[in-house]
Design a protein around this ligand. Structure first.
Ligand code: ES4
Ligand code: ZN
Length: 326
């Protein structure tokens, strides 16, 4: 069998996926029409042509603009089901999805609308494709601590419907330490904790995420490799990294896929996984990410199988569920 079929055939968990970043231009236009939202682009092609980024911030500006078409429970359902349908084609068996409630609350969309819509989409994805799932509520780090605490309190009645909390958006200038009290509170609520760290930000932000936020998993973590003591810490604890190769290329975190740190992470015995981040914006779903690193870094099928196994090990499934998935 060819490598494409091999990659798609590997059972995978996706652990770093922003649902709002899976909003494809076609659906974006449909929802804009359905809701009467003006998006400032005439055609799907002109919108797609704008997907060229110099940095994380450059992307985020378009990402927040794009999600302005998401208004109703049905919109969030359709978005989620579209992702589940596409993920099933790539051999995804389990997904832990991020969502950004502050970006919706600020537009007058209630948390319950967002949650109900996403959950019904996930439930339909489970029925149709057998994909299991969990939800991770992310705080926008460019907003202040009070805003994060407020959304966490709003989410408290729904905490049994959440797997955990995360931290995303503009990294530089917004260190994890800004959210240490928010994450302490989330931990006390029994929620898992993850954070984007070391995507554009320095190794110190990864240290802070570990020591001040008490995270269970690191999103990206690329720049941790600049600090040998940090690498040793991550290796010793087998702390999972949710790496997103095509995202890193599109946001110019790496200049060339051949320079991507994933191969070094594996060689250093770090618990790395491969994920799609914002697939509608970065030009590929999870199998495309596996394929990109395989080709650029010369990964063997054993490497690919190890990455797929890592994705379950690093998931928040319980031990029995992990054992049966692997
Ligand atoms: C994101 Cl790639 C990335 N980094 C940080 N925050 C994000 N939100 C959505 N995609
Ligand atoms: Zn991300």
């Amino acid at each position: 069998i060819c490598d494409d079929d091999f990659i798609r055939g590997l059972p995978k968990a996706e652990l770093h996926l922003h649902l709002e970043g899976s909003l494809e231009p076609d659906l974006l236009f449909q929802l804009a029409a359905r809701n009467g939202v003006e998006i400032g682009y005439d055609t799907v092609e002109s919108l797609r042509a704008a997907y060229s980024f110099e940095s994380l911030q450059d992307f985020l500006d378009l990402y927040y603009q794009g999600m302005s078409v998401l208004l109703t429970q049905e919109d969030f359902h359709d978005l989620t089901l579209a992702y589940m349908t596409r993920a099933a084609e790539d051999g995804v068996r389990h997904v832990e999805v991020f969502f950004d409630p502050q970006a919706h609350l600020d537009r007058g969309v209630a948390l319950k609308t967002v949650l109900d819509g996403i959950e019904s989409g996930l439930a339909e994805g489970k029925r149709a494709f057998g994909i299991s799932s969990g939800l991770i509520l992310c705080f926008l780090r460019h907003l202040d601590e009070a805003s994060a605490l407020a959304v966490l309190e709003q989410a408290a009645p729904y905490s049994h419907r959440l797997l955990g909390v995360g931290l995303d958006s503009s990294e530089n200038g917004h260190p994890p330490s800004k959210f240490s009290r928010v994450f302490a509170r989330a931990g006390a609520m029994g929620l898992k904790r993850v954070a984007h760290a070391g995507e554009e930000g320095p190794p110190d932000y990864v240290w802070q995420a570990l020591d001040q936020l008490g995270i269970d998993r690191i999103d990206h973590g690329n720049r941790a490799l600049e600090d040998p003591l940090l690498v040793e810490r991550l290796r010793r604890d087998q702390m999972a990294l949710t790496v997103c190769p095509l995202s890193n290329l599109k946001l110019k975190v790496v200049r060339d896929m051949a320079e991507h740190p994933l191969r070094r992470m594996l060689d250093l015995d770090l618990q790395a996984t491969v994920n799609s981040d914002d697939p509608a914006y970065f030009g590929g779903y999870v199998a495309d990410n596996y394929r990109a690193v395989q080709q650029a870094l010369g990964l063997s099928r054993e490497h690919l199988a190890k990455l797929a196994r890592n994705s379950f090990t690093a998931s928040f499934l319980d031990r029995a569920e992990k054992a049966s998935a692997i």
